[in-house]
Write a protein that binds this ligand. Structure first.
Ligand code: SAM
Length: 210
């Protein structure tokens, strides 16, 4: 699929919406991710880029409410999906934001969504977990502990990162239970189709001092 095909598909199957707890940001989102996955191809990854995941919403809310965490700093949004957290960091005054995701569809979504919000976000499709953490001041990671191998790689990599780290997570299976300090918690509305409940308590953490 070409970038033009991805762009056309995104526009045809999503609508601009404001995530429940992050009304400052507009994103191209979908109601039924399973139906969209049939369109994008079930041999490909799910269209993570078409949903504002719970962990990302909590982290974006936190960054917007605590702009001093990113203001004037170089920020990496790891596992950016739609670009929600990257866009929030830009709106909060980050000097430069790099959004990293390995799915080419996310690159399309992040660029389209950044434009919709009038902000600039650099995008990389490189798997940054394969190399040393880049020279950034802050790493943000929203909802990346849903799959074992990604979670283990991300955790080991974040522990090595000299940057400040903030993560948002709704209690996914593979987030290590220990080693974090809770900074904030939000009740985030969701749907039974997506998460099996109507609302989830979602937490923002930083690594515990070592
Ligand atoms: C559940 S989504 C979360 C997206 C977004 N942060 C949010 O909260 O809405 C997880 C994202 O991690 C991405 N991902 C998986 N492995 C990755 C890797 N090694 N490096 C960067 N992103 C990765 C997936 O493609 C997906 O977009």
């Amino acid at each position: 699929m070409t970038p033009q095909d991805r762009h056309a598909l995104l526009l045809a199957h999503t609508s601009l919406r404001r995530p429940d707890i992050v009304p400052e940001v507009e994103l191209h989102l979908v109601d039924d991710i399973v139906a969209l996955w049939k369109v994008t191809g079930e041999d490909d990854p799910p269209p993570f880029w078409a949903v504002a995941w719970l962990g990302g919403q909590a982290l974006a809310r936190y960054v917007l409410d605590h702009p001093e965490q990113v203001r004037g700093r170089r920020v990496l949004d790891l596992g950016s999906g739609s670009g929600l957290v990257a866009i929030a960091a830009t709106l909060a005054g980050a000097a430069h934001v790099l959004a990293a995701d390995i799915d080419p569809f996310c690159s399309t979504a992040i660029e389209v969504n950044a434009r919709a919000n009038g902000v600039d976000v650099e995008v990389t499709l490189e798997d940054l977990l394969e190399r040393e953490p880049p020279a950034v001041d802050v790493v943000l990671a929203g909802d990346v502990w849903y799959e074992q191998s990604m979670a283990e790689r991300a955790t080991a990599w974040l522990v090595r990162s000299p940057a400040s780290v903030l993560l948002g997570d709704p209690g996914r299976t593979y987030l290590p239970r220990d080693g974090w300090v809770e900074l904030a918690a939000y009740d985030v509305p969701t749907t039974r189709d997506l998460e099996g409940v109507e609302s989830k308590r979602v937490r923002v953490f930083s690594p515990a001092p070592r």
